[in-house]
Design a binder for this molecule. Structure first.
Ligand SMILES: *[C@@H]1O[C@H](CO)[C@@H](O)[C@H](O)[C@H]1NC(C)=O
Ligand SMILES: *[C@@H]1O[C@H](CO)[C@@H](O)[C@H](O)[C@H]1NC(C)=O
Ligand SMILES: *[C@@H]1O[C@H](CO)[C@@H](O)[C@H](O)[C@H]1NC(C)=O
Ligand SMILES: *[C@@H]1O[C@H](CO)[C@@H](O)[C@H](O)[C@H]1NC(C)=O
Ligand SMILES: *[C@@H]1O[C@H](CO)[C@@H](O)[C@H](O)[C@H]1NC(C)=O
Ligand SMILES: *[C@@H]1O[C@H](CO)[C@@H](O)[C@H](O)[C@H]1NC(C)=O
Length: 538
């Protein structure tokens, strides 16, 4: 259909205009909400709800097809609601008797504004509604889930996703993890996952591998951690590594460590993003998102934020278990350094070059370490993921204990030099499920954009079972405010990683004769009859 006839059709059909039209555009318009939740206690939900509705009807949101709200910023355990099954096509706005007021109101707001709305809430479900679940039910007969709910433009509940990887939350898990997607009238099918899920294979990565999903809605209440896992850093890195669109909406309370919202367009980078450094906010960030099938180029934002202040509660990775070494960088020098650093058999090569910078006399400076780690990520009692990380990160002083920290209030350290070259080269073993992520951060808590780096991931041959990664600063770039420049190698559960486990396990994973141990096994099997023959003939 040509665009003139489409436009005519639009005029005739009135309301449906924007609908039919955006299905034929090569982009859709999305809004992601950075939201400071009320901490009023039991009645918090009504204040949150009012602010949600205001944002949905705000002028900033007027062009959006879909709005994503963050995790855990609506209701809480004191005001759980039932959520209809998407298969039943129920519209709480028109048939609300069974549901809490806020679910009904948001259904009506979706309907009134004619937008897709994604919210996260605390859901209750009667155990009797899951007859195939053999596990014992709680004494009150209810399951409690951390759930995303999607309303379509009429207010109908079209999708429901229950979080798989809970982060120390007293919620239930579904008997089996659910892989959840929903289609839209603008021609895009979205996958869903929540917060901590981003570090795991199921469901996020699995939806890409098994269903070819290219766009995701991602409500989150992320607690940033230095140097590898601050919010926008990992959102952008994940969207880049997977080359998908990611609509991430973050809860906004930097004083407890949560903020981080953005829209990311795969290998093209950030369309809009924010990390708040103050008390948090309630704001919607809007971007036109190119559809992946007809990929267009759009101008990317350059963030103009200043260095992070200390109103930010920052978690810290257990860097003491990394193998690290200090880079010798002296103020007023030009120079370069290169080398290899290994932990066990996992090695990382680096090349760094810098030039002198002019600094005020009393300036504070970062130190830098190169570190490598091969093992399970250390965290509290939550699902663990296996990582192989390598890179450069900033420290407030020469000791490892001073790495991964934000400076004190009012202190703004600089790097002692200006980096002119950063290169990391790593040989990564193949695995059945793994994701290698370019993982960068500047002192404003924003990552480098794809135009500022070069990323190569190659396999010399299908049989080699190795991936050569070369990650470098783009030639035109110089950096003086670097916190992290690393490769985050997420191996999830490390099952079926080449070179790991017994020979039988390796063969079962489909690796044939690649490793030296397997080769020597092959050699033994070949030689054994000859040896036995030789023994007999003696
Ligand atoms: C969704 O929101 C509810 C209520 O605020 C919260 O209890 C739950 O943890 C949230 N879900 C996720 C995945 O954060
Ligand atoms: C209204 O919702 C109830 C409960 O979910 C459902 O049983 C009923 O069929 C719905 N009625 C209509 C008209 O959709
Ligand atoms: C929806 O629109 C009606 C009529 O304009 C209005 O009374 C109602 O408050 C709106 N509700 C929401 C949740 O936007
Ligand atoms: C859900 O959680 C409650 C409270 O932790 C627990 O008693 C109940 O057994 C759980 N239900 C299932 C099906 O795991
Ligand atoms: C609307 O957009 C303006 C300009 O970008 C911004 O200053 C304002 O905070 C936004 N309001 C909301 C509610 O997001
Ligand atoms: C560093 O290199 C620049 C040119 O790249 C040169 O102008 C400057 O004098 C050098 N500084 C030192 C301390 O060698």
């Amino acid at each position: 259909m040509d665009s003139k006839r489409l436009l005519l059709l639009c005029i005739i059909q009135g309301l449906l205009c924007s609908v039919g039209y955006s299905a034929n555009l090569d982009y859709y318009t999305a809004g992601v909400v950075e939201f400071r939740q009320s901490i009023l206690g039991l009645d918090a939900w009504s204040e949150n709800l009012e602010a949600y509705v205001e944002i949905i009807h705000s002028a900033n949101a007027s062009a959006t097809d879909i709005i994503v709200f963050p995790e855990s910023t609506l209701n809480a355990l004191g005001s759980t609601t039932f959520v209809p099954s998407p298969e039943d096509g129920i519209n709480p706005c028109l048939n609300g008797t069974h549901y809490e007021e806020f679910l009904v109101t948001l259904s009506c707001a979706a309907r009134n504004s004619s937008k897709y709305i994604v919210i996260n809430l605390t859901e209750k479900q009667k155990c009797e509604d899951t007859p195939d679940d053999p596990r014992p039910c709680a004494s009150n007969g209810l399951n409690i889930f951390n759930t995303n709910v999607v309303f379509d433009r009429q207010g109908v509940v079209v999708s429901r996703y229950r979080k798989v990887h809970l982060y120390a939350e007293s919620k239930n898990l579904t008997y089996r993890p659910e892989l959840v997607t929903f289609e839209t009238d603008f021609g895009v099918t979205f996958g869903q996952f929540i917060c901590f899920d981003i570090l795991f294979y199921t469901p996020a990565h699995q939806l890409i591998v098994e269903q070819g999903i290219t766009d995701f809605v991602y409500p989150t209440m992320w607690f940033s951690q230095l140097p590898f896992l601050t919010a926008v850093q990992i959102q952008q890195g994940w969207a880049y590594a997977q080359n998908v669109n990611l609509l991430a909406a973050g809860a906004s309370r930097p004083s407890v460590g949560s903020t981080g919202t953005g829209i990311f367009h795969g290998r093209q980078g950030t369309l809009t993003s924010v990390m708040k450094h103050d008390n948090g906010e309630r704001a919607i960030y809007v971007a036109q998102v190119p559809k992946i099938t007809r990929r267009g180029r759009r101008s990317l934002q350059e963030s103009r934020q200043t260095a992070a202040s200390t109103n930010f509660y920052m978690m810290r990775d257990a860097l003491e278990i990394y193998q690290t070494q200090l880079l010798q960088l002296d103020v007023g020098t030009n120079g370069s350094s290169s080398g290899q650093i290994c932990q066990g058999s996992f090695c990382c090569n680096y090349e760094v070059a810098w030039r002198e910078r002019e600094s005020p006399v009393n300036a504070k400076f970062y130190s830098y370490r190169v570190g490598v780690y091969d093992g399970v990520r250390q965290d509290q009692n939550v699902d663990a993921n296996y990582i192989r990380n390598c890179g450069l990160f900033a420290c407030l002083g020469p000791a490892i204990e001073e790495c991964g920290l934000l400076p004190e209030e009012g202190v703004y350290p600089q790097s002692p030099v200006i980096f002119t070259q950063l290169v990391i080269k790593v040989t990564y073993p193949e695995s059945r499920e793994f994701l290698l992520i370019p993982d960068t951060l500047r002192d404003n808590l924003m990552p480098l954009e794809p135009s500022q780096f070069e990323w190569l991931q190659e396999q010399s041959s299908k049989e080699s079972y190795h991936h050569e990664v070369s990650f470098s600063l783009a030639e035109t770039q110089e950096l003086d405010n670097l916190l992290t420049f690393a490769v985050y190698g997420n191996y999830y559960d490390n099952q079926c990683t080449f070179g790991v486990g017994t020979e039988q396990e390796q063969l079962a994973c489909g690796y044939k004769g690649g490793s030296s141990s397997l080769r020597s096994l092959g050699l033994w099997l070949t030689l054994m009859p000859l040896i036995l023959l030789g023994l007999r003939s003696r």
